[in-house]
Design a protein around this ligand. Structure first.
Ligand SMILES: C[S@@+](CC[C@H](N)C(=O)[O-])C[C@H]1O[C@@H](n2cnc3c(N)ncnc32)[C@H](O)[C@@H]1O
Length: 303
Protein backbone atom coordinates (compact mmCIF):
# COMPACT_ATOMS: atom_id res chain seq x y z
CA UNK A 1 0.00 0.00 0.00
CA UNK A 2 1.42 3.43 -0.96
CA UNK A 3 1.22 6.54 1.24
CA UNK A 4 -1.45 7.91 -1.08
CA UNK A 5 -3.52 4.70 -0.69
CA UNK A 6 -3.30 4.98 3.10
CA UNK A 7 -4.43 8.58 2.95
CA UNK A 8 -7.30 7.55 0.67
CA UNK A 9 -8.56 4.98 3.17
CA UNK A 10 -8.72 7.56 6.01
CA UNK A 11 -10.24 10.38 4.01
CA UNK A 12 -12.99 12.34 5.64
CA UNK A 13 -14.97 14.84 3.59
CA UNK A 14 -17.43 17.16 5.31
CA UNK A 15 -20.08 19.63 4.20
CA UNK A 16 -20.71 21.89 7.15
CA UNK A 17 -23.52 24.42 7.52
CA UNK A 18 -22.14 26.84 10.10
CA UNK A 19 -20.51 30.18 10.65
CA UNK A 20 -16.90 29.58 9.69
CA UNK A 21 -15.49 30.81 13.01
CA UNK A 22 -17.55 28.25 14.95
CA UNK A 23 -16.68 25.67 12.30
CA UNK A 24 -12.96 26.40 12.67
CA UNK A 25 -12.99 25.77 16.40
CA UNK A 26 -14.96 22.56 15.80
CA UNK A 27 -12.33 21.44 13.26
CA UNK A 28 -9.55 22.28 15.74
CA UNK A 29 -11.26 20.02 18.32
CA UNK A 30 -11.52 17.24 15.72
CA UNK A 31 -7.82 17.65 14.91
CA UNK A 32 -6.93 17.55 18.61
CA UNK A 33 -8.63 14.15 19.08
CA UNK A 34 -7.13 12.75 15.88
CA UNK A 35 -10.38 12.52 13.91
CA UNK A 36 -9.16 14.98 11.30
CA UNK A 37 -5.81 15.72 9.66
CA UNK A 38 -4.39 19.22 9.81
CA UNK A 39 -5.21 20.98 6.53
CA UNK A 40 -2.47 21.67 4.00
CA UNK A 41 -4.67 24.25 2.33
CA UNK A 42 -7.25 26.71 3.55
CA UNK A 43 -9.05 28.69 0.85
CA UNK A 44 -11.03 31.83 1.66
CA UNK A 45 -13.34 33.41 -0.90
CA UNK A 46 -15.30 35.80 1.32
CA UNK A 47 -17.82 38.41 0.24
CA UNK A 48 -15.74 41.21 -1.31
CA UNK A 49 -17.63 44.12 0.32
CA UNK A 50 -19.36 44.94 -2.95
CA UNK A 51 -22.53 45.97 -1.06
CA UNK A 52 -24.59 43.79 -3.40
CA UNK A 53 -27.04 40.94 -2.86
CA UNK A 54 -26.30 37.73 -4.72
CA UNK A 55 -28.82 35.23 -5.98
CA UNK A 56 -29.17 31.62 -6.97
CA UNK A 57 -30.49 31.59 -10.52
CA UNK A 58 -31.50 28.30 -12.00
CA UNK A 59 -29.83 28.37 -15.41
CA UNK A 60 -31.68 27.17 -18.51
CA UNK A 61 -31.53 23.42 -18.92
CA UNK A 62 -31.09 22.80 -15.19
CA UNK A 63 -30.21 20.35 -13.71
CA UNK A 64 -26.73 20.49 -15.16
CA UNK A 65 -24.74 17.44 -16.26
CA UNK A 66 -23.11 17.25 -12.85
CA UNK A 67 -26.53 17.25 -11.19
CA UNK A 68 -26.46 20.68 -9.57
CA UNK A 69 -29.97 21.71 -8.69
CA UNK A 70 -31.38 23.76 -5.88
CA UNK A 71 -34.67 22.02 -5.26
CA UNK A 72 -37.69 24.14 -4.48
CA UNK A 73 -35.83 27.44 -4.90
CA UNK A 74 -37.37 30.00 -7.20
CA UNK A 75 -34.95 31.49 -9.72
CA UNK A 76 -33.55 34.65 -8.19
CA UNK A 77 -33.65 33.37 -4.60
CA UNK A 78 -31.24 35.23 -2.31
CA UNK A 79 -27.97 33.34 -2.01
CA UNK A 80 -26.12 35.71 0.26
CA UNK A 81 -25.72 39.34 1.05
CA UNK A 82 -22.34 41.02 0.74
CA UNK A 83 -22.12 43.50 3.59
CA UNK A 84 -25.49 45.06 2.93
CA UNK A 85 -27.67 46.16 5.80
CA UNK A 86 -25.11 48.79 6.66
CA UNK A 87 -22.28 46.67 8.04
CA UNK A 88 -19.50 49.21 8.52
CA UNK A 89 -16.26 48.50 6.67
CA UNK A 90 -14.41 48.36 9.99
CA UNK A 91 -16.48 45.46 11.28
CA UNK A 92 -16.17 43.69 7.89
CA UNK A 93 -12.37 43.92 8.30
CA UNK A 94 -12.52 42.74 11.90
CA UNK A 95 -14.50 39.69 10.74
CA UNK A 96 -11.96 39.03 8.00
CA UNK A 97 -9.06 39.30 10.46
CA UNK A 98 -10.69 36.78 12.81
CA UNK A 99 -11.09 34.30 9.91
CA UNK A 100 -7.49 34.77 8.72
CA UNK A 101 -6.28 34.09 12.28
CA UNK A 102 -8.52 31.01 12.53
CA UNK A 103 -7.25 29.75 9.17
CA UNK A 104 -3.64 30.11 10.24
CA UNK A 105 -4.33 28.24 13.48
CA UNK A 106 -5.88 25.36 11.54
CA UNK A 107 -3.04 24.95 9.04
CA UNK A 108 -0.37 22.29 9.15
CA UNK A 109 3.16 23.73 9.49
CA UNK A 110 3.73 22.99 5.77
CA UNK A 111 0.33 24.36 4.79
CA UNK A 112 -0.80 27.51 3.02
CA UNK A 113 -3.66 29.98 3.07
CA UNK A 114 -5.15 31.47 -0.09
CA UNK A 115 -7.29 34.61 0.33
CA UNK A 116 -9.38 35.54 -2.71
CA UNK A 117 -10.56 39.18 -2.93
CA UNK A 118 -10.74 42.12 -5.32
CA UNK A 119 -9.87 45.82 -5.28
CA UNK A 120 -12.41 46.59 -2.54
CA UNK A 121 -10.49 44.99 0.32
CA UNK A 122 -7.45 43.05 -0.86
CA UNK A 123 -4.98 45.75 0.23
CA UNK A 124 -6.42 45.72 3.77
CA UNK A 125 -6.39 41.90 3.84
CA UNK A 126 -2.71 41.93 2.90
CA UNK A 127 -1.79 44.26 5.76
CA UNK A 128 -3.91 42.23 8.19
CA UNK A 129 -2.49 38.87 7.03
CA UNK A 130 1.12 40.17 7.09
CA UNK A 131 0.51 41.05 10.74
CA UNK A 132 -1.03 37.68 11.59
CA UNK A 133 1.55 35.55 9.77
CA UNK A 134 4.60 37.54 10.94
CA UNK A 135 5.47 39.92 8.10
CA UNK A 136 5.60 40.26 4.32
CA UNK A 137 8.03 37.31 3.99
CA UNK A 138 5.10 34.97 4.59
CA UNK A 139 3.36 36.19 1.43
CA UNK A 140 4.50 33.79 -1.28
CA UNK A 141 2.52 35.26 -4.15
CA UNK A 142 -0.08 37.76 -5.08
CA UNK A 143 -1.76 35.88 -7.92
CA UNK A 144 -3.88 37.80 -10.41
CA UNK A 145 -6.82 35.85 -11.76
CA UNK A 146 -7.60 37.54 -15.07
CA UNK A 147 -10.94 36.87 -16.75
CA UNK A 148 -13.22 38.11 -19.48
CA UNK A 149 -16.75 39.09 -18.67
CA UNK A 150 -19.35 41.44 -20.07
CA UNK A 151 -19.78 44.95 -18.71
CA UNK A 152 -17.52 47.97 -18.53
CA UNK A 153 -17.86 51.70 -17.98
CA UNK A 154 -16.66 54.82 -19.75
CA UNK A 155 -15.38 56.24 -16.43
CA UNK A 156 -12.36 53.93 -15.93
CA UNK A 157 -10.63 50.83 -17.27
CA UNK A 158 -12.75 47.68 -17.18
CA UNK A 159 -12.12 45.76 -13.94
CA UNK A 160 -11.38 42.21 -15.04
CA UNK A 161 -9.27 40.59 -12.36
CA UNK A 162 -9.37 39.30 -8.79
CA UNK A 163 -6.36 38.99 -6.49
CA UNK A 164 -5.39 35.88 -4.54
CA UNK A 165 -2.95 36.23 -1.64
CA UNK A 166 -0.96 33.04 -1.06
CA UNK A 167 0.55 32.84 2.46
CA UNK A 168 2.77 30.05 3.80
CA UNK A 169 2.48 29.18 7.49
CA UNK A 170 6.24 28.59 7.43
CA UNK A 171 8.02 29.83 4.28
CA UNK A 172 10.93 27.44 4.96
CA UNK A 173 8.75 24.33 5.20
CA UNK A 174 5.68 24.93 3.04
CA UNK A 175 4.71 22.47 0.33
CA UNK A 176 4.97 23.87 -3.15
CA UNK A 177 4.94 22.03 -6.45
CA UNK A 178 5.75 24.37 -9.36
CA UNK A 179 3.35 24.15 -12.28
CA UNK A 180 4.36 24.92 -15.85
CA UNK A 181 2.85 26.85 -18.74
CA UNK A 182 3.52 27.62 -22.38
CA UNK A 183 5.51 30.77 -23.11
CA UNK A 184 5.11 31.83 -26.73
CA UNK A 185 8.27 33.10 -28.45
CA UNK A 186 8.52 36.68 -29.64
CA UNK A 187 7.15 36.78 -33.21
CA UNK A 188 6.01 33.19 -32.57
CA UNK A 189 9.13 31.95 -34.41
CA UNK A 190 11.70 29.40 -33.15
CA UNK A 191 14.67 30.84 -31.15
CA UNK A 192 16.89 27.77 -31.68
CA UNK A 193 18.90 28.51 -28.49
CA UNK A 194 21.26 25.70 -27.53
CA UNK A 195 19.75 23.35 -24.93
CA UNK A 196 16.29 24.99 -24.98
CA UNK A 197 13.44 22.69 -26.01
CA UNK A 198 10.91 24.36 -28.26
CA UNK A 199 7.46 23.25 -29.31
CA UNK A 200 4.89 24.38 -31.82
CA UNK A 201 1.11 24.42 -31.85
CA UNK A 202 -1.57 26.35 -33.75
CA UNK A 203 -0.53 29.52 -31.82
CA UNK A 204 3.13 29.36 -32.90
CA UNK A 205 6.46 28.35 -31.32
CA UNK A 206 6.78 28.23 -27.55
CA UNK A 207 8.90 26.97 -24.65
CA UNK A 208 7.63 25.47 -21.38
CA UNK A 209 8.39 27.61 -18.31
CA UNK A 210 7.49 27.73 -14.62
CA UNK A 211 4.06 29.23 -14.19
CA UNK A 212 3.88 32.97 -13.53
CA UNK A 213 1.57 34.80 -11.14
CA UNK A 214 -0.96 36.09 -13.69
CA UNK A 215 -3.55 33.44 -14.51
CA UNK A 216 -5.91 33.97 -17.43
CA UNK A 217 -8.74 31.52 -16.73
CA UNK A 218 -12.30 31.72 -18.03
CA UNK A 219 -15.07 32.57 -15.58
CA UNK A 220 -17.95 30.15 -15.15
CA UNK A 221 -20.06 31.43 -18.07
CA UNK A 222 -23.79 31.19 -18.64
CA UNK A 223 -23.46 28.10 -20.78
CA UNK A 224 -20.64 26.47 -18.83
CA UNK A 225 -21.20 22.82 -17.93
CA UNK A 226 -20.02 23.44 -14.37
CA UNK A 227 -22.46 26.29 -13.72
CA UNK A 228 -24.60 25.74 -10.62
CA UNK A 229 -26.50 29.02 -10.68
CA UNK A 230 -24.91 30.10 -7.37
CA UNK A 231 -23.68 33.67 -7.85
CA UNK A 232 -19.93 34.24 -7.49
CA UNK A 233 -19.14 30.59 -8.31
CA UNK A 234 -15.42 30.20 -9.08
CA UNK A 235 -14.07 27.95 -11.84
CA UNK A 236 -12.79 24.49 -10.92
CA UNK A 237 -9.74 25.20 -13.16
CA UNK A 238 -8.69 28.02 -10.80
CA UNK A 239 -9.11 25.91 -7.67
CA UNK A 240 -7.33 22.96 -9.28
CA UNK A 241 -4.20 25.08 -9.84
CA UNK A 242 -4.17 26.16 -6.21
CA UNK A 243 -4.69 22.61 -4.94
CA UNK A 244 -2.11 21.04 -7.27
CA UNK A 245 0.54 23.62 -6.39
CA UNK A 246 0.22 23.36 -2.60
CA UNK A 247 -1.04 19.87 -1.71
CA UNK A 248 -0.52 16.19 -2.44
CA UNK A 249 -2.99 13.33 -2.90
CA UNK A 250 -4.76 12.58 0.40
CA UNK A 251 -4.05 16.02 1.93
CA UNK A 252 -6.91 17.95 3.51
CA UNK A 253 -8.22 21.15 1.87
CA UNK A 254 -10.63 23.40 3.79
CA UNK A 255 -12.88 26.03 2.22
CA UNK A 256 -14.11 28.52 4.84
CA UNK A 257 -16.58 30.19 2.41
CA UNK A 258 -17.69 27.17 0.40
CA UNK A 259 -20.54 28.68 -1.64
CA UNK A 260 -21.44 26.21 -4.37
CA UNK A 261 -18.55 23.88 -3.43
CA UNK A 262 -16.09 24.64 -6.24
CA UNK A 263 -13.06 23.91 -4.08
CA UNK A 264 -14.59 20.65 -2.85
CA UNK A 265 -15.35 19.63 -6.46
CA UNK A 266 -11.76 20.33 -7.51
CA UNK A 267 -10.32 18.58 -4.43
CA UNK A 268 -12.51 15.53 -5.01
CA UNK A 269 -11.34 15.25 -8.62
CA UNK A 270 -7.71 15.53 -7.46
CA UNK A 271 -8.17 12.90 -4.72
CA UNK A 272 -7.69 15.25 -1.78
CA UNK A 273 -9.79 15.23 1.39
CA UNK A 274 -11.98 18.30 1.74
CA UNK A 275 -14.18 20.28 4.13
CA UNK A 276 -16.60 22.82 2.67
CA UNK A 277 -18.18 25.29 5.11
CA UNK A 278 -20.95 27.81 4.46
CA UNK A 279 -23.40 29.46 6.84
CA UNK A 280 -26.07 29.50 4.15
CA UNK A 281 -28.10 26.28 3.85
CA UNK A 282 -28.75 27.08 0.16
CA UNK A 283 -25.00 26.93 -0.49
CA UNK A 284 -24.50 23.62 1.31
CA UNK A 285 -27.53 22.21 -0.53
CA UNK A 286 -25.91 23.04 -3.88
CA UNK A 287 -22.59 21.60 -2.65
CA UNK A 288 -24.27 18.36 -1.54
CA UNK A 289 -25.92 17.83 -4.93
CA UNK A 290 -22.79 18.81 -6.81
CA UNK A 291 -20.52 16.41 -4.92
CA UNK A 292 -23.06 13.58 -4.79
CA UNK A 293 -23.33 13.78 -8.59
CA UNK A 294 -19.55 13.19 -8.71
CA UNK A 295 -19.90 10.05 -6.62
CA UNK A 296 -18.14 11.63 -3.61
CA UNK A 297 -18.64 10.26 -0.10
CA UNK A 298 -19.05 12.85 2.63
CA UNK A 299 -20.79 13.63 5.89
CA UNK A 300 -23.24 16.50 6.20
CA UNK A 301 -23.11 18.41 9.47
CA UNK A 302 -24.61 21.48 11.03
CA UNK A 303 -23.26 23.56 13.93
C1 LIG B 1 -18.03 34.62 -2.66
S1 LIG B 1 -19.06 33.36 -2.06
C2 LIG B 1 -18.10 31.88 -2.26
C3 LIG B 1 -18.24 31.27 -3.63
C4 LIG B 1 -17.52 29.95 -3.76
N1 LIG B 1 -16.08 30.09 -3.75
C5 LIG B 1 -17.93 29.23 -5.04
O1 LIG B 1 -17.10 28.95 -5.91
O2 LIG B 1 -19.15 28.96 -5.18
C6 LIG B 1 -19.00 33.65 -0.33
C7 LIG B 1 -19.78 32.66 0.51
O3 LIG B 1 -19.46 32.87 1.88
C8 LIG B 1 -20.57 32.57 2.68
N2 LIG B 1 -20.32 33.23 3.97
C9 LIG B 1 -20.27 34.55 4.25
N3 LIG B 1 -19.96 34.75 5.55
C10 LIG B 1 -19.79 33.52 6.11
C11 LIG B 1 -19.45 33.07 7.42
N4 LIG B 1 -19.22 33.93 8.42
N5 LIG B 1 -19.37 31.73 7.64
C12 LIG B 1 -19.62 30.85 6.64
N6 LIG B 1 -19.94 31.23 5.37
C13 LIG B 1 -20.03 32.54 5.11
C14 LIG B 1 -21.75 33.10 1.87
O4 LIG B 1 -22.95 32.45 2.25
C15 LIG B 1 -21.31 32.77 0.44
O5 LIG B 1 -21.84 31.55 0.01
Amino acid sequence: MTAADTAESTRRNIILTADNLDASSYLLDEIAVGRLARPQLVYMDPPFYTKRNYTVKTPPGFPQPDGCFVSGEAPGARAFSDATGGQPFGSYLEGLAARIRAARDLLDISGSLWIHLDHHAVHYAKVIADGIFGGPDYLMNEVIWQYKSGGSTKKRFARKHDTLLFYAKDPKRHKFFPLTEKSYNRNLKPYRFKGVKEYRDEGGWYTVVNMKDVWPIDMVGRTSRERTGYATQKPVALLSRIIESCTEKGDLCVDLYGGSGSMAAAAEALKRQWVSIDENPLATEVTKKRLAARGATFTVEER
